[in-house]
Design a protein around this ligand. Structure first.
Ligand SMILES: *[C@@H]1O[C@H](CO)[C@@H](O)[C@H](O)[C@H]1NC(C)=O
Ligand SMILES: *[C@@H]1O[C@H](CO)[C@@H](O)[C@H](O)[C@H]1NC(C)=O
Ligand SMILES: *[C@@H]1O[C@H](CO)[C@@H](O)[C@H](O)[C@H]1NC(C)=O
Length: 478
């Protein structure tokens, strides 16, 4: 029935159009949709955009021969020809060896008791992540986040770094071997110091990953209240090691509801002020609100786990499409007031997880393929640099965000989810742009630079195709 009435309606349109063939120009000049940026309306400060090379994925880049190795690194970090990612999330290994894709720990053997001298073992590789981190630093990445999926098994109730279990010494987790909270904090400090020695300044540290989920790989369960007990040990331990500038991140729950619950537990346990970042994933529940907290809020891991490898920008609006990720980032920033948005793994091979869509770049032996999801991230990451402040916008039915960068440039990011092209004109109140660039990603563009028209009043005008994203960067010469 709906189909029939649709056909009738389009027949009517067609006949009315042909009845007056000369009443409309063949290519009507589109009126530009005006978008105005108001720099006085300020929201969150951005920390950046990122990804992880955990579970030995970083080795895939290390094992590429030149020039492909540099090409992939450029795609991830370069601000001239890549996504310009600004945050790297490393996994802190807890496994006793590197079987499967496990991340090995720096403390494979129990010292026997929580107060005995630990024998740390540094292999200088850290599952390829040291290499990736050193490269990131070379590209100017300033935010390096180390996150432990679990404490080593001997510190836990189940004596295993996998299959859940809890950290011995937090409420409800008594172990015959004693209370390992301080030993775990010392261990994380040691990890930071080892990276420091290798020229990689770790800026953030996390001690849980998806603590609401027990998995067959590294995993450790924790409530918000239990996390707070550990945070109260970790914070002074960092300070005593002159590492109080390293921010504590918690709790990386599987979804927004679970993260909110854990955060409330931390807050009611009096540890909120010790938190630098509240971190969430979006697998089990999507970001639907903003937290009220002085801490920053990051989405640290999300991806399309179910789809088969796809490089599409728009195929059917599915979970793996690049356009879907532009929208996901937009929602995180606007609805969640997020300070950072991280994808899951930047790179992965073909066999892992039956070549699913959880990566941005497929590394297939000595070749690679880039998904449009990478360019969706680039639209934000290349134009919205760390320290940028989100500001208000008005006008247009697009998904628009705007930011004032530290250098004074203004980024305006516009997603056109409609099927038709549109002309957009961007102006910043009290700011006469003297130069403007714009970048477009859609099915046929990968962050393609297109010069907008710059008017005397400082507004910049460009075309955004249907189902596309355009990002403007406006600069004022003064
Ligand atoms: C980024 O790419 C440009 C262009 O290929 C290159 O000149 C530059 O050295 C790269 N940046 C880094 C940090 O490697
Ligand atoms: C921390 O820094 C202070 C002052 O620079 C110094 O005296 C102290 O030895 C340092 N402590 C550690 C553990 O590095
Ligand atoms: C911007 O340009 C317009 C038109 O040339 C001018 O009237 C206005 O004073 C300028 N504003 C600033 C902030 O420079």
């Amino acid at each position: 029935m709906q189909l029939l009435s649709f056909l009738a309606a389009s027949a009517a349109i067609a006949s009315s159009a042909s009845a007056h063939p000369s009443s409309k120009p063949l290519h009507p000049r589109q009126a530009a949709t005006k978008i105005t940026v108001d720099r006085s309306r300020k929201f969150q400060t951005m920390d950046g955009f990122g990804f992880s090379g955990a579970f030995q994925r970083a080795n895939l880049i290390l094992n590429l021969a030149e020039p492909k190795r540099t090409e992939v690194l450029d795609l991830l970090f370069n601000t001239t020809n890549g996504a310009g990612f600004t945050i790297l999330r490393n996994g802190i290994g807890s496994s006793v060896d590197s079987r499967s894709d496990w991340m090995n720990t720096i403390l494979p053997k129990s010292p026997g008791s929580p107060t005995a001298e630990p024998q740390y073992v540094w292999d200088g590789k850290d599952s390829g992540q040291l290499f990736l981190s050193q490269q990131a630093v070379k590209y100017g990445v300033k935010t390096i986040y180390g996150d432990a999926w679990s404490a080593p098994g001997f510190m836990k109730t189940n004596n295993n770094d996998a299959n859940g279990g809890s950290l011995c010494g937090v409420s409800g987790a008594r172990c015959n071997s004693g209370d390992w909270k301080q030993a775990y904090a010392n261990y994380l400090v040691k990890y930071i110091q080892l990276y420091q020695q290798e020229g990689v300044p770790v800026t953030h540290i996390g001690f849980l990953n998806e603590p609401d989920l027990s998995t067959s790989y590294a995993s450790m369960l924790s409530s918000g209240a239990q996390a707070a007990e550990f945070i109260k040990v970790l914070s002074p331990t960092l300070a005593a090691a002159n590492l109080s500038h390293v921010g504590i991140i918690c709790c990386e729950n599987t979804g927004w509801q679970q993260t909110t619950q854990a955060f409330n537990g931390i807050k009611s346990s009096g540890a909120e002020s010790l938190l630098s970042v509240v971190a969430t994933h979006e697998y089990t529940s999507r970001i639907s609100s903003a937290l009220s907290t002085p801490a920053h809020v990051w989405q640290t891991e999300y991806s399309d786990l179910n789809g088969r490898w796809s490089t599409a920008w728009y195929s059917n609006g599915g979970a793996g499409d690049g356009l879907t990720w532009a929208n996901n980032i937009y929602t995180g920033i606007v609805t969640g007031n997020l300070n950072a948005y991280l994808w899951w793994v930047g790179i992965q091979d073909r066999p892992t997880n039956n070549n699913n869509n959880e990566k941005l770049i497929l590394i297939d032996g000595q070749n690679y393929q880039v998904s449009k999801r990478l360019w969706a991230f680039a639209q934000y990451s290349r134009t919205v640099r760390p320290g940028a402040v989100r500001v208000g916008t008005s006008g247009g039915n697009f998904r628009t965000t705007a930011f004032v960068n530290v250098d004074g440039s203004v980024a305006v990011n516009i997603i056109n989810t409609g099927t038709g092209a549109a002309t957009v004109s961007v102006a910043v109140t009290g700011f006469n742009a003297t130069s403007a660039t714009s970048y477009v990603t859609d099915n046929s563009n990968d962050f393609t630079e297109k010069a907008p028209t710059l008017a005397a009043d400082g507004s910049a005008t460009a075309q955004v195709p249907g189902r596309a994203m355009i990002s403007f960067v406006l600069r004022s010469g003064m």
